[in-house]
Design a protein around this ligand. Structure first.
Ligand SMILES: [Zn+2]
Length: 413
């Protein structure tokens, strides 16, 4: 057996790992790297099947490319399919608007949806010559770690969170795997205690409301928007929700079983203000609201509109709650107080802050996953410090071989 890294080697974006034996090959994820622009896709491949871990663009954004010349089964959970469709259709629109030549169209998206095979956590399925099983990854609703087996077993974490949140229970793991392919987003640090971060976030919001100012949260539409809504549920009537987070919240609420407490989420969604028109946006800005708007890294979406409107208000706040990838406008803003994209550049005078409510586990959690799955080989991917983490693993776990491959590398297992 071997694994070819088609993307995500020592970088974050365009996850794509091709697991093959002599009879067949199965792609794990097929994402897109959207920062820096223009988007970059994984290396081309012709697998016999694909398994999708979750609906974030860096994992699913290249999926339609696998349907340019034919059809293959795509295994995923139900909510992952609906959310992926939402994301790739939007990416197509964004591509047109920005003038990128998106290498797929509506026909490929349709073929992907038609060939989706919905599987539940724990349910066994057959992908090529491999048997497969999904494990709840605790990252976003519907997210999954993937176990592929024939002569050897490979467990791919996807994006994973060991700890529980308001929205989700933590991940579940297989008892053992010969090879662990693990994300390493936060391999270099441990998160601050979550409860402290939530208290700090609420304090910021209360301060903004007391000043009769705006608290703007640029949020990822899937997962983070709903988590922040639950943290701020007692202020629900003051919250305005804008951008793709609205459709994503609707889809997630409709798959109640994929969240920890669907009634609680539905109750918050009923109380908040949904932004549909220009007038709604003006009202939200006048009403000193808590505004949740996509995109989480300020790569597009209405969050930029609100930021532009409040940029001179020193008493307003811009609060980030998710990972800000290198070279993203969000990361640049928090480091320099300057917002910059292809079209505009301006100074932001608001108070800026960042909270650790990550949907990715930390260094401690990654070590826990390695201990639990007890692999002979660990492949360190999806991070900015994959090499360092591979060295750390070999030190912490004598006997385990750890590798941080580059895109295009093939690892024999
Ligand atoms: Zn993710």
């Amino acid at each position: 057996m071997h694994i070819e890294l088609c993307g995500n080697g020592n970088e974050i974006g365009r996850a794509a790992y091709l697991v093959s034996d002599s009879k067949s090959s199965v792609m794990l994820d097929y994402g897109v790297k959207i920062n820096p622009e223009p988007p970059q896709y994984p290396l081309p491949a012709k697998p016999d099947a694909v398994v999708l871990s979750h609906a974030h663009l860096d994992h699913c954004g290249g999926m339609p490319l696998l349907y340019r010349h034919g059809t293959i089964p795509a295994f995923m959970t139900d909510v992952t399919l609906d959310l992926t469709k939402l994301l790739v259709e939007d990416a197509l629109k964004v591509g047109k608007k920005q003038g990128y030549n998106t290498p797929f169209g509506v026909a490929e998206i349709k073929r992907m949806v038609k060939n989706a095979k919905l599987v539940d956590y724990g349910e066994q399925f057959r992908a090529g010559a491999f048997s497969g099983k999904l494990y709840d990854a605790g990252h976003i609703p519907g997210s999954a770690g993937v176990l592929l087996k024939n002569e050897k077993s490979v467990f791919y974490t996807g994006d994973i969170q060991t700890a529980e949140s308001h929205l989700l229970s933590g991940c579940t793991l297989p008892k053992r795997a010969d090879v662990l392919v693990t994300e390493t987003t936060y391999s270099y640090k441990n998160h601050s205690p979550r409860i402290k971060e939530e208290e700090r976030l609420v304090e910021h919001v209360e301060e903004a409301l007391a000043r009769e100012e705006i608290a703007l949260f640029p949020v990822f539409s899937i997962g983070r928007a709903q988590e922040v809504l639950l943290i701020l549920e007692k202020y629900a009537h003051k919250i305005a929700l804008d951008g793709m987070a609205k459709q994503a919240s609707d889809i997630i609420a409709s798959y109640g079983a994929r969240t920890k407490d669907s009634r609680r989420l539905k109750a918050v969604l009923r109380k908040i203000n949904w932004i549909h028109t220009r007038e709604d946006r003006l009202k939200a800005l006048k009403r000193h609201s808590i505004i949740l708007a996509t995109a989480g890294m300020l790569g597009g979406g209405p969050a930029i509109h609100y930021l532009r409107e409040i940029k001179h208000r020193t008493e307003s706040k811009v609060l980030f709650t998710g990972f800000l990838v290198e070279e993203s406008p969000g990361r640049n803003l928090i480091e320099t107080n300057i917002f910059k994209n292809a079209e505009e550049k301006f100074h932001v005078h608001c108070e800026l802050d960042k909270f650790e409510l990550s949907a990715h586990t930390d260094r401690r959690g990654l070590f826990h996953i390695i201990r639990k799955t007890n692999p002979a080989t660990v492949i360190s991917v999806h991070g900015e410090r994959c090499d360092d983490f591979a060295k750390d693993i070999e030190q912490e776990f004598p006997g385990i071989q750890a590798i941080a491959p580059r895109n295009g590398d093939t690892i024999r297992i």
